[in-house]
Design a protein around this ligand. Structure first.
Ligand code: UDP
Length: 369
């Protein structure tokens, strides 16, 4: 008999949801995380009464009622709706691409005028039947103006490579609509947990043993002895000691600033879509929770190359990396004592709600096995 049923590597969303469900079913878990805190990349830190999204802005959105009810069982959500602004050469545009954007770009006022304009813009690219990369997909969707002003610069900064080398699905994340509707998402439910994301994770992990500042790879031998099964949410290539080679990720540098003013930009997120500005966006955290603090905190987000000394935020899902990932995935499925889950372990550009859904499904499947 081992001390724990599950050793959970990573106290982010996947690990915490799994641990919560396992505990509910009477299983004993040990959750470890190499960082000094729980929550993974959804971790929020309260400074001056403002919840700072330490690892990038996270707006919760989902159309899955089970997931929505699940997160709401831990904390209440506010009515925040993400509506990002884009700044291109000092002109502002609404995102996602909608009637406001089309008006700002071309002065068109009705959906039929906008459709006509977009058809003109798309026409030179309609010979592309199956867009093979992000650039082709963007041009087929909206034509040259939108691509050049709102997509190309941002995307190439964000990913550090040509938009021709990126998968088309990335740009399909953004809605395209003929309504005056700046809601960044199409989902039924949306909001920010009142009091920050850390509160949800704390509640999920309540009564579960958690060890932060604990790197699995530094104590692998002893940790593996402690539990019957491992739930691993870290990088899949690292788990297998990079035996087939290294997967690529994109990293970020966050530069925070506390300003002695009430507000800075009047919106939670402003994207800088031209290539010459080195950061992709400025986040003003208080606006996620309609903060009324006398000061404000902003974060400039600089995409940077991933090295093993910084954080792997985004998997770069191009074909080369997918082939490599499949190799790791294949050996991972043969390993019955280890459950691989989450963004780093599945090498997938996951949204929070999908991670929760996966963790709920995995826990159900595995724990009842
Ligand atoms: N994107 C863009 N212009 C923008 C915002 C996004 O071209 O102003 C593209 C870019 O390629 C980005 C992708 O859309 O990587 C997905 O954007 P999203 O806002 O979903 O990115 P996240 O918040 O996950 O970083």
């Amino acid at each position: 008999m081992k001390e724990y049923d599950y050793l959970i590597v990573g106290a982010g969303l996947f690990g915490s949801v799994f641990a919560y469900k396992a505990k509910e079913l009477g299983k004993k878990c040990l959750v470890i995380d190499k960082r000094s805190h729980i929550g993974g990349n959804v971790y929020t830190e309260n400074i001056e009464g403002i919840n700072i999204h330490k690892y990038g802005p996270h707006t919760f959105h989902t159309s899955n009622k089970v997931v929505w009810n699940f997160v709401n069982s831990f904390v209440e959500f506010n009515r925040y709706t993400n509506s990002t602004i884009a700044n291109y050469k000092d002109k502002l545009y609404n995102l996602p691409f909608n009637m406001n954007t089309f008006y700002q770009l071309w002065g068109v006022k009705t959906p039929s005028e906008a459709r006509k304009k977009i058809e003109e813009q798309r026409k030179p690219f309609l010979y592309i039947k199956n867009p093979k990369n992000l650039e082709e997909q963007a041009l087929v969707l909206g034509g040259l103006d939108i691509y050049e002003k709102l997509i190309k610069g941002y995307t190439e900064k964000q990913w550090g490579c040509s938009a021709k080398k990126l998968p088309a699905f990335i740009i399909r994340r953004l809605p395209f609509r003929f309504l005056y509707d700046n809601n960044y998402f199409n989902d039924l439910y949306q909001g920010i947990p009142i009091g920050g994301y850390t509160k949800i994770i704390e509640k999920m992990l309540d009564g579960i043993e958690v060890k932060t500042n604990t790197n699995y790879f530094d104590h692998k031998g002893e940790l593996n002895q402690l539990a019957d099964k491992i739930v691993y949410t870290g990088k899949i290539d690292e788990f297998f000691d990079y035996k087939f080679g290294e997967l690529e990720y994109r990293s970020l540098l966050f530069k925070n600033e506390l300003l002695n003013i009430y507000d800075f930009q009047g919106n939670a997120i402003v994207n800088y879509t031209e290539k010459e500005v080195p950061y992709t966006r400025i986040v003003e955290h208080k606006h996620f929770e309609f903060g009324t603090q006398p000061v404000t905190i902003i974060t400039r987000e600089y995409p940077i190359e991933y090295t093993k000394d910084n954080e792997p935020y985004y998997p770069i899902n191009n074909s080369k990396n997918q082939v490599l990932y499949e190799k790791y995935h294949k050996i991972a499925t043969q390993n019955k004592n280890v459950i691989f889950g989450g963004r780093l372990s599945e090498y997938k550009y996951y949204d929070m709600d999908d991670i929760i859904k996966e963790a709920l499904l995995t826990s159900k499947k595995i724990i009842y096995e």
